[in-house]
Structure formats: structure tokens, C-alpha cells
Design a protein around this ligand. Structure first.
Ligand SMILES: *[C@@H]1O[C@H](CO)[C@@H](O)[C@H](O)[C@H]1NC(C)=O
Ligand SMILES: *[C@@H]1O[C@H](CO)[C@@H](O)[C@H](O)[C@H]1NC(C)=O
Ligand SMILES: *[C@@H]1O[C@H](CO)[C@@H](O)[C@H](O)[C@H]1NC(C)=O
Ligand SMILES: *[C@@H]1O[C@H](CO)[C@@H](O)[C@H](O)[C@H]1NC(C)=O
Ligand SMILES: *[C@@H]1O[C@H](CO)[C@@H](O)[C@H](O)[C@H]1NC(C)=O
Ligand SMILES: *[C@@H]1O[C@H](CO)[C@@H](O)[C@H](O)[C@H]1NC(C)=O
Ligand SMILES: *[C@@H]1O[C@H](CO)[C@@H](O)[C@H](O)[C@H]1NC(C)=O
Ligand SMILES: *[C@@H]1O[C@H](CO)[C@@H](O)[C@H](O)[C@H]1NC(C)=O
Ligand SMILES: *[C@@H]1O[C@H](CO)[C@@H](O)[C@H](O)[C@H]1NC(C)=O
Ligand SMILES: *[C@@H]1O[C@H](CO)[C@@H](O)[C@H](O)[C@H]1NC(C)=O
Length: 724
């Protein structure tokens, strides 16, 4: 999941499809125009309050120097090698969980493995065939090529291409190309009179979360779905532009396939059979059908897609006439809708549905303030034997982080706040390990959690990006000024600023911060470093997201890993050890005002009228309380007044719980944050003021009015917590 800035909208893991890449030469704005999907309103990027200065590195304290110096690209490369040479699909590799806990323990951190028993599925077999009208048959290979250079692409236990939580079933039917499979694409097909009922959908990846493509196809009466990767999403790094394909060069290997989950996490993440409660021991199992699709689906490569699309050429409406955003891709076909009379796809998907244990590794450093906790997490499970970027760049970084904290612990250091390290399992299927853990520990987290720091795809290219809740913007960007970025001689801040124009993403979903933020009301940051349009193509959820790719193309000297590890270490250290928790609460008010403006223009663009004054007043009240608290903060720090510091810190720790105090959003009660939720029809891009926006979009004006009040109430509860 994860993703970040407007430039590279690479969702880590769980989802993303959309690999929004950028060319520095094209400029950020032009890129947004080319790449943004129709739901642009839901993508929020607001300027942080930082100004670009071309900064020299902020000097480090002795503790900070110890942390930075303990981090080495050599050991990062070793950890990466370990994690990327054994299959570690969710629930399939206990020894890797134990190994992770053991490494942390060696560094002085109390660590153990915790188990949840979850509903999951594993691939048994699948098939796809194209029968032409003349009776001849084409069989796509459905396999990624074995490459001599890349050892893990040939492992006998390599993981087949498949969709997690996909439906069992067979389908045999004519088929229709549906573009990126968004609701608007389907509406356009209906408008053009293209028959959908009873057909199979072929869709390109990109845009909305893949599970929604399948769900949309199902809703339009289609009987199966085939999803392919189009090289159109690869920026300039294409064979058509003269770049050799991996392993010979930086372009996409034509046989690469994007695996991934098709669970509908916009309803709720985690174990589909235990919504809102942990899958411990033998839990009561609920009906999972709200979040699972019913029609079979499989992912394929673009070489396998070409003949299938070619057979539609000249049938139905051509891609040019369809005239939809990113309908026409980069393959030499007309992207016609079809169906082609008599051209039939035969699709079968057989999965084993089961309950299986998954394993989180959890490590704890107790702080002197037992009632304040910083949680740091990364998932460990991968769709492939490798997973060098997703997620094990982050996993390697967390092991290195434990080493850095170990160096401080060896000096007798004890942090002010508890630090909890988490290595999640089952993230790829639907944020399962982290969601179950939050559901189990929610009483303790509600009482003590200060922030959740997430690193999923820590490194897939050289451009750093962050997305965070507003109270963290300032500390997140200030910390970048302490980090030298790779061997560039520049600070991470300068590199980040130039890449992102100083903009910080808004957290939607797609990685493990989701249950923390949207369910439990714990502020969060997600971080990573990603490719632009002119960097080597990162083979998302493919066998070629391997150690070989990483060490040859992605991060050859592991210096991006090193810089990211140093960044995470200093950020975590500051949050865990500063006398005053370094939050900027005024910025929460400022960002809410920006989201409010977006809401007003969204309301303006409908024919509805909605009185939002209660919301505006609540934001104003929050802003005043934050300003008043600032004086108390100064007083506490200046006077080194421990009692006052504790009181202020508890306000910082607790305020965000106010935002989850109003009950869940209609139809998806798991999501309780009145300011942020994953978009219900994008699956991961953020929706701000979700209760109001969604009711409005659905045309339920009185429900929207009710949510104006609830949202205002949530903000007032938060403001009352920070009020001195
Ligand atoms: C688990 O991962 C480790 C490290 O990559 C590997 O050596 C081991 O074979 C894997 N175990 C299984 C059961 O695949
Ligand atoms: C059947 O049609 C396909 C697609 O046009 C073509 O490639 C193939 O050669 C044809 N086979 C026969 C036996 O004519
Ligand atoms: C990337 O591709 C665009 C459009 O094809 C081209 O204008 C631009 O010069 C290319 N950039 C680089 C660095 O090759
Ligand atoms: C394509 O759609 C856009 C608006 O969405 C419109 O301005 C343009 O004229 C259309 N082009 C064609 C060829 O229909
Ligand atoms: C694209 O396809 C057409 C028709 O099949 C063919 O004539 C042309 O040579 C192809 N172009 C490229 C660049 O492969
Ligand atoms: C589904 O398709 C597979 C592969 O073609 C076949 O083995 C199986 O018998 C089919 N199942 C049903 C219920 O038709
Ligand atoms: C940390 O604190 C908890 C709760 O007070 C306690 O149960 C645990 O034993 C402590 N762990 C260590 C390593 O001191
Ligand atoms: C670590 O970085 C140095 C350059 O700073 C480089 O010479 C070395 O090869 C790198 N080590 C690894 C394992 O990539
Ligand atoms: C906090 O955020 C506000 C609003 O974004 C900004 O004006 C201010 O400079 C930031 N820093 C401090 C220390 O208040
Ligand atoms: C919304 O509409 C009102 C009245 O037409 C106008 O004054 C205001 O500027 C608009 N606001 C936005 C953000 O579009």
C-alpha cells in the first residue's frame, strides 16, 4: 500500500495498481492532469507549511548520531537478502516471523510472535483460453518467465499468479474490454450500447483498487474478470522508447503479472469473517459476503493480453470513440470494446478456502511513561518469494531500526514513551494482521497510543514521499533536514521538497495504518521512496520484485534503504523521547479548513444546498483551542514542569480519539474517523469528511446534514480534549 505524494501514487501493497509515476521534466501539474482519475476530488494534497530553503543538515544530538551511525547499507542488504529468498505468503512462513522477533531480541528488545486464526484462500489451479470464431484456440501461459539472472524467479515453490480472496468458479463467454473498470467506464459502455450481461470483463490495472474492478463487473451482470498490466503505466521506461526489458534493462518484463487481493476493503479490512473483533482462538465467524466478490477473476501479463485485445479489434466501439480517461493504453491494439462475435474466453479459478494461522512479530521497549506509546509497523508477507520492495525493503529497515535502538539501549538509554515494533502478516490479503491486532488491543491503544509510523514499500526507487495526519506534518518534514539523502550530498528535505513541491499526502487506505487511524483514531504517517517516470520500472506484486532487481536497478548500493532507515529512526526517536510530544495541533485546524473548502466546492458543484456552518464553527473552535494550548506547551517546556508536561502530552495523545467518537460511517461502520476514510469507490485514495461527502454524492441530503452535525461534534470533542 501505500502512497504518497501526488507524484508517485504508488500504493504499497495491498493495493495500488495505479502506479502514478512522474517525469520531473513534465512538471507536477501536467502529470496530475495526465494521470489523475475521474475521482480527482478525492485526492487531497495540501501544502505543508514548510518553505524550501536549500537547507544544510540540522546538527544531530549524540543520541541521534548513535542512531544514524548504527545504520548500515551492508546489513540492510543482508536482511533484504534473507527476506527475499523464501516464500512468505500470508500464513505460510512461521520461521520468518520467529527470525524477525529473534533479530529484534538480539538487539535488546522484548519480542514474541502472536497468532491469529483467519479466513484465507490459497490458489489451487486456474485456466484461461481464447477460442476464436474459426475454432482455433489460444492458451495464455499465465506464468511469469523464469530468468536465469534472477534466481528466485525459478524457485520450485514460487507462488502462482492469482487474486487473493477471489471467487471460485468457471466462466465461458464472449468478452468486453472495460478500460480501468471504474463505475464511469461501465456507465459509458452502457451509454454506447455495449452488451455486458453474461460477458467476461477484460480490464487494465490502474485507477481504482483492483477488487472494485471485479465488483463493478459483477454488478453489471458480467460473469468473470481478467486484469492485465498495461505498459502505459510505465512512464518513459518502455521497450517502445528503446529501453531493454528486465533483466537486461530497466523496462518492464513483458511476462510480469500483478498479483493482489480483490477483497473490498472500503467496507472493512481484516479477516472477512471477524469484522470489528479479533480472530483469536475460535472466534464467532460472520458471513463475509459483503467484502468478497462472487465472480472468478485472474491477473495476466501484457503479452498474454495482446491476443485477447487484438481479437476485439474492429468489433464494438474503438477505444478512441469510447473516449474515456486512460482507456487506450500503450499496446498496439485499438482497445475496442468488443464483443467479437464468436470469440470466447474460457476462465476457471479454483481456490482453497480455509482458516489458517497468521503470525505478527511484536517487540516492546518499555518507556518511563508507561501510558504513552509509539507504534512502528511494516508488513512481512509478500505475494512472491522476493518482495524486495513490497514489503521487505521496509522489513529490512525495521530490523536495522532495532539495531539502532539496540545501540542506544546498550548505553543505558530508556525512552520516555513505550516503543512497539510490529511485523505484520496477512497485509496483502486485506491488512489482516494489523487489523486483528488493533481489534485485540484497542482498549490499551486507545489509552496509550500517541502515533503509528508505517513503512510498507520503504524503497522502490529514489524519490522519498510521505502521507500523514496533520499534527505530524511539521515533525515529519523537520526530521528530513537531519538526513543526508543517499550519496547526493543533499538533505532528504531538499530532495523530497523538489519531488513533491512540499506537499504531504492524505492517508486513505492501502496499508497497515488503516485500522489505527480510521478505526481507532490514532494519528499516523506512511513513508516510502518511489520511482519517477524515468526510473527503472518496479514490478509491483511480480516475481521480478526480487533481490536481483533491487540490487541491480532499484537501489544498487542500498543507500536509499540506509537513508530511509535513518529517517524512520530519527522520527521515531523524537516522537518517543522529546519531553513534549512534537505535534503541531494548529496545523490540524489549518488542514481541516482546506478540506472544508474542498467540501464547499463539492457542494457547489451539486444542485443541493447544505448548511455547513456547524462544521465551520467547530473547526474555528478547534483552532482557538490549539492556539491556547500552545501557550501552555511553552510554559511546560520552559519551566521543565513535569506535571504540566504530562498534562499537555496527554492532550496530544488523546485528542484524535474525539474524531472517532461519533459512530461509524453508514454502510461501513468500521470506519469511524470523521475527517478521513478510504474512498468508497476508489478503495484507497482518501476521502475527507467521508460521512458528509458520501451522503452528498449519493444524493441523501438529510443524511449529509446529519453528518455535518456529527462531524462538527467529533471535532468539538477533539477540541475539548486539547482545551487548556
Ligand atoms: C521462510 O523464509 C526463509 C527466509 O527467506 C526461507 O529460508 C524459508 O525456506 C522459508 N520457509 C518456507 C516454509 O517457505
Ligand atoms: C483463426 O483466427 C485467428 C485470429 O484471427 C488466426 O490467428 C488463426 O490463424 C485462425 N485459424 C485458422 C485455422 O484459420
Ligand atoms: C519522456 O517521454 C516524453 C513523452 O514521450 C518525452 O517528451 C520526454 O522527453 C521523455 N523524457 C525523458 C527524460 O526521456
Ligand atoms: C472526448 O471527451 C471530451 C470530454 O470528456 C470532449 O471534450 C471531446 O470532444 C471528446 N472527443 C471526442 C473525439 O469525442
Ligand atoms: C501494429 O499493428 C498493425 C496491425 O496489426 C501492424 O501493421 C503494425 O506494424 C504494428 N505496429 C507496431 C509498431 O508493431
Ligand atoms: C472448471 O474448469 C476447469 C478447467 O477447465 C475444469 O477442470 C473443471 O471441471 C471445471 N469445473 C466445472 C464445475 O465446470
Ligand atoms: C514492560 O512493561 C509491562 C507492563 O508494565 C510489563 O508487563 C513488562 O514485563 C515490561 N517489559 C520489560 C521487558 O521490562
Ligand atoms: C554500501 O555503500 C558503499 C558506498 O557508500 C558501497 O561502496 C557499498 O558497495 C555498499 N554496500 C552494499 C552492500 O551495497
Ligand atoms: C504549526 O502549524 C501552523 C499552521 O500550519 C504554522 O503556521 C506554524 O508555523 C507551525 N509551527 C509552529 C511551531 O506553530
Ligand atoms: C460556492 O458557491 C458560493 C455561492 O455561489 C460562492 O460564493 C463560493 O465562492 C463557492 N465556493 C467554492 C469553494 O467554490
Amino acid at each position: 500500500m501505500a502512497i504518497f505524494n501526488k507524484i508517485r501514487w504508488i500504493y504499497s501493497t495491498y493495493d495500488t495498481t495505479t502506479i502514478m509515476r512522474t517525469s520531473k521534466l513534465l512538471g507536477v501539474v501536467a502529470l496530475l492532469a495526465t494521470h489523475a482519475n475521474a475521482c480527482q476530488r478525492e485526492r487531497h494534497f495540501h501544502h505543508s507549511n514548510v518553505k524550501h530553503q536549500g537547507v544544510s543538515p540540522t546538527p544531530l544530538t549524540p543520541h541521534e548520531s548513535t542512531l544514524v551511525e548504527a545504520i548500515s547499507n551492508r546489513t540492510l542488504s543482508d536482511w533484504s537478502y534473507y527476506y527475499t529468498h523464501g516464500a512468505h505468503l500470508a500464513g505460510k512462513n512461521f520461521s520468518m516471523a520467529q527470525w524477525t522477533a529473534d533479530r529484534w531480541a538480539e538487539n535488546g528488545i522484548d519480542s514474541s510472535v502472536v497468532t491469529y486464526n483467519v479466513y484465507i484462500d490459497y490458489p489451487i489451479s486456474k485456466s484461461l483460453s481464447l477460442t476464436y470464431a474459426n475454432g482455433s484456440v489460444f492458451h495464455p501461459s499465465l506464468e511469469e518467465a523464469v530468468l536465469n539472472e534472477d534466481s528466485t524467479s525459478s524457485y520450485p515453490d514460487r507462488i502462482p499468479t492469482f487474486h487473493g480472496y477471489s471467487a471460485n468458479g468457471n466462466a465461458s463467454a464472449e468478452y468486453v474490454y472495460v478500460g480501468r473498470g471504474q463505475q464511469v467506464d461501465f456507465r459509458r459502455l452502457i451509454e454506447l450500447g455495449v452488451p455486458l450481461e453474461g460477458k467476461i470483463a477484460i480490464s487494465r490495472y490502474g485507477g481504482p483498487f483492483r477488487g472494485l474492478k471485479v465488483k463493478n463487473a459483477q454488478e453489471y451482470g458480467m460473469v468473470g474478470a481478467v486484469l492485465f498490466t498495461d505498459p502505459d503505466d510505465d512512464g518513459n521506461m518502455t521497450e517502445a522508447n528503446g529501453y531493454a526489458a528486465y533483466p537486461d534493462g530497466p523496462a518492464r518484463n513483458p511476462t510480469s503479472v500483478q498479483r493482489g487481493s480483490v477483497q473490498n476493503l472500503a467496507i472493512y479490512p481484516g479477516d472477512p469473517t471477524t469484522p470489528g473483533y479479533p480472530s483469536k482462538n475460535d472466534p464467532l465467524r460472520a458471513d463475509p459476503s459483503r467484502v468478497l466478490v462472487k465472480i472468478p477473476s485472474i491477473p495476466i501479463s501484457y503479452v498474454d493480453a495482446i491476443p485477447i485485445l487484438e481479437a476485439l479489434d474492429g468489433h464494438g466501439i474503438s477505444g478512441r470513440e469510447v473516449n474515456r480517461t486512460r482507456w487506450v493504453g500503450a499496446l498496439n491494439v485499438s482497445y475496442s470494446t468488443g464483443p467479437a462475435p464468436g470469440a470466447v474466453l474460457g476462465l476457471s479459478n479454483l481456490m482453497k478456502n480455509t482458516y489458517a494461522p497468521i503470525w505478527n512479530a511484536i517487540g516492546v521497549i518499555n518507556g518511563t511513561n508507561a501510558d504513552e506509546t509509539i507504534v512502528i509497523g511494516n508488513h512481512r508477507d509478500a505475494w512472491v518469494v522476493g518482495g524486495a520492495a513490497d514489503p521487505n525493503s521496509g522489513t529490512a529497515i525495521i530490523v536495522e531500526l532495532s539495531k539502532a535502538f539496540g545501540a542506544l539501549l546498550a548505553q543505558g538509554w530508556k525512552p520516555k514513551r513505550n516503543i512497539v515494533l510490529c511485523s505484520w502478516d496477512g497485509e496483502e490479503y486485506g491488512l489482516v494482521g494489523s487489523t486483528e491486532w488493533v481489534e485485540e488491543y484497542i482498549p490499551w491503544l486507545t489509552e496509550t497510543a500517541v502515533s503509528y509510523l508505517n513503512i510498507d514499500v520503504g524503497v522502490s526507487g529514489p524519490h522519498p514521499g510521505i502521507a500523514a495526519t496533520p499534527e505530524l506534518h511539521e515533525v515529519a518534514t523537520e526530521t528530513m533536514k537531519k538526513i543526508l539523502w543517499m550519496d547526493s550530498g543533499r538533505t532528504m528535505y531538499d530532495v523530497w521538497y523538489e519531488d513533491n513541491e512540499g506537499e504531504i499526502g492524505v492517508l486513505g487506505s492501502g496499508s497497515d495504518y488503516t485500522a489505527f487511524l480510521d478505526h481507532a483514531g490514532i494519528g499516523a504517517i506512511d513513508m516510502g521512496s518511489n520511482p519517477s517516470d524515468i526510473d527503472p520500472v518496479y514490478h509491483y506484486h511480480s516475481n521480478y520484485d526480487s533481490y536481483h532487481w533491487m540490487s541491480k536497478f532499484g537501489d544498487p548500493e542500498f543507500l536509499t534503504h540506509q537513508s530511509m532507515a535513518q529517517y524512520l529512526a530519527l522520527l521515531a526517536y523524537k516522537l518517543a523521547d522529546d519531553d513534549l510530544i512534537p505535534f503541531n495541533l494548529s496545523n490540524y485546524a489549518v488542514q481541516m479548513s482546506l478540506y472544508y473548502k474542498d467540501l464547499i466546492s463539492a457542494i457547489n458543484s451539486t444542485s443541493e444546498t447544505l448548511d455547513t456552518s456547524a462544521l465551520e464553527e467547530a473547526i474555528g473552535y478547534f483552532a482557538r483551542c490549539a492556539t491556547e494550548l500552545k501557550q501552555l506547551e511553552h510554559q511546560a517546556v520552559k519551566g521543565a514542569d513535569n506535571e504540566l508536561l504530562a498534562a499537555v502530552n496527554h492532550k496530544h495523545r488523546d485528542f484524535q480519539r474525539g474524531f472517532v467518537s461519533q459512530g461509524g460511517i453508514p454502510q461501513r461502520e468500521f470506519y469511524r474517523h470523521v475527517i478521513f476514510a478510504p474512498g468508497s469507490d476508489t478503495g484507497y485514495a482518501a476521502q475527507t469528511f467521508p460521512g458528509i461527502s458520501e451522503a452528498l454524492t449519493a444524493g441523501y441530503t438529510s443524511l449529509a446534514a446529519e453528518w455535518v452535525q456529527k462531524t462538527a461534534n467529533g471535532i468539538i470533542v477533539a477540541a475539548d480534549i486539547i482545551k487548556p
